[in-house]
Design a protein around this ligand. Structure first.
Ligand code: DOR
Ligand code: ZN
Length: 423
């Protein structure tokens, strides 16, 4: 047996269970997962003590890294540092940047910043251009997929854009809220339902894979499940904030808790948590959306979430509110939707590894976060797990608060059919 570069032994989440295993790493990939007794010899052996749990690096399919003209809110360094601190080794970046990523030029300037600064791997979504040719060009450059905002749902090229994505085998990520309803009545639940209805119809007409992001209503989950049962290629994610916070928090925190879609009723929140616990969701995402405090006070929607999502999920697991398998919603499941060889402790997959300490407790504190945005609606929440160490493709990237990789170590992962059908 050849000598591995690294073997980590200890308790790990593998194939749906926590087992005592050895994970062997060769180069940037996991070489094998075996019992500790049959682990290959290695240059370096790390033995985890009790209370530590080895997990795959998390995959966040909805983040806003900002940068460029919005670098005062966040940039690729601080955003991916926040990811590392949260045990996230892949981020999928949204196109509502300045400049927007709805042109090849917009993509190129973004990639230049990302390649210089990123600490974790990343992919980029395209925004909807006004011209289909530009979307073709973006897809040929390996964007992960297309992201649609409420204002895109009335675009004259929408249907053809979906057909193109279906042909290219990339997902279309939809922010489901209907713009007309928003304009007339605000961000009411009906806006989400109307947008879902419209887009599910388009899924059936075009064959595109539609991924509904940050679903926030019991009825949304039901409609999407119904669509799946009828044979459509649909998936959905929800955020930790829609799982744990409701409109009561909005009333207490005012604009600090503003987010789109808004925090909903207690019943909807419980429905989202329950859908996660039954793995009826396909993914969990942070929707990491940093703003300055001044902007927040003035009503800007969204908040940072990258470094809290995994500790919050582990806390829910420890508290018995979610099964351990729900960790797959933030790792293997989004990886599969995006066609990545990430998010699982499996041979030939990227050696992105997280050591979580389940014996260390923490308290959420916005001022200690690595994001430029130093506030969170989860302020003061007790955490029952801490991310201790992170490996990115076999290299130790983060150790007890210390960053060990250089900016620019993160690598672009391209989307497209080759990835999409990889397993
Ligand atoms: O709360 C949100 N913030 N929802 C969005 O759709 C956009 C995001 C942002 O970019 O700040
Ligand atoms: Zn977002």
């Amino acid at each position: 047996m050849s000598k591995a570069d690294l073997v980590i032994t200890g308790k790990a989440y593998v194939g749906g269970a926590v087992l005592r295993v050895a994970v062997a790493v060769e180069g940037e990939e996991i070489a094998c997962v075996s019992s500790p007794a049959s682990a290959p010899p290695a240059e370096e052996v790390v033995e985890l003590d009790e209370g530590k749990l080895l997990l795959p690096g998390m995959v966040d399919m909805h983040v806003h890294m900002r940068d460029l003209e919005l670098s005062y809110k966040e940039d690729w360094y601080t955003g991916t540092l926040s990811a590392l601190a949260g045990g996230v080794t892949f981020v999928a970046d949204m196109p509502n940047t300045r400049p927007a990523t709805n042109s090849v030029r917009g993509l190129e300037v973004k990639l230049r910043e990302a390649s210089r600064k990123a600490l974790v791997d990343y992919g980029i979504y395209a925004g909807l251009p006004s011209d289909l040719k530009e979307l073709e060009a973006l897809l040929s450059r390996g964007v992960l997929g297309l992201k649609l905002y409420p204002e895109d749902l009335g675009s004259p090229i929408l249907e053809r854009a979906l057909e193109l994505c279906a042909m290219e085998g990339v997902p279309v990520v939809v922010h489901p809220e209907d713009r007309e309803i928003i304009e007339k009545r605000g961000r009411v639940p009906e806006a989400e339902i109307r947008a879902l209805e419209k887009m599910i119809l388009l899924a059936s007409r075009t064959g595109a894979h539609l991924h509904f992001t940050h679903v926030s209503l019991r009825e949304s989950v039901r409609r999407i499940l119904e669509g799946k049962l009828s044979g459509l290629s649909l998936s959905m994610d929800a955020t930790l904030h829609h799982m744990l916070l409701d409109e009561g928090v909005s009333r207490r925190l005012g604009p600090l808790a503003a987010v789109n879609p808004p925090l909903r009723s207690g019943d909807d929140r419980l429905a989202i948590l329950s859908a996660a616990s039954k793995c009826l969701l396909d993914a969990v995402a942070s929707d990491h959306a940093p703003h300055t405090l001044e902007e927040k006070v003035a009503g800007a929607p969204g908040f940072p979430g990258l470094e809290l999502a995994l500790p919050l999920l582990l806390t829910l697991v420890e508290d018995g509110l979610l099964p351990l398998s729900s960790l797959e919603l933030y790792s293997s499941r989004p990886a599969k939707i995006l066609g990545l060889r990430k998010g699982s402790l499996a041979p030939r997959w990227d050696a992105d590894l997280v050591v979580a300490d389940l014996k260390r407790e923490g308290v959420v504190s916005g001022s200690k976060m690595r994001s430029k945005a130093k506030f969170t609606p989860f302020e003061g929440f007790a955490l029952r797990a801490v991310v201790e160490r992170v490996y990115l493709r076999g290299s130790l990237a983060y150790d007890d608060g210390e960053v060990l990789l250089k900016p620019g170590s993160g690598r672009l992962v391209r989307g497209g059919r080759r990835n999409w059908t990889r397993d």
